[in-house]
Design a protein around this ligand. Structure first.
Ligand SMILES: [Zn+2]
Length: 88
């Protein structure tokens, strides 16, 4: 029982940490910041964009992906999802 509770507690901590991360980092992405998404590789961009999207930060995720796709590091290592603007 305590193992189950520990795992549940750990999952809650992980979820909280993920949410805190997203809240903190969503503020650093804006339309004028060309440096943030452009520095990431295709895989990192998709992982980070997914994280933003599951927490509802659609415009942040889209902005991140757009910056990345314009930047020098987008090399088709991984396919990017189509950006759906209506979710912004
Ligand atoms: Zn890419």
């Amino acid at each position: 029982m305590s193992v189950w509770r520990d795992r549940r507690k750990r999952q809650q901590e992980q979820l909280q940490a993920a949410e805190d991360f997203v809240l903190a980092w969503s503020g650093t992405v804006d339309p004028d910041s060309y440096e943030y998404g452009a520095e990431l590789g295709c895989c990192e961009t998709n992982r980070l964009a997914t994280l933003f999207r599951v927490f509802g930060f659609w415009s942040t995720a889209n902005q991140l992906q757009k910056e990345h796709e314009r930047g020098p590091n987008c090399n088709d290592a991984e396919i990017h999802p189509e950006i759906i603007e209506e979710n912004e």
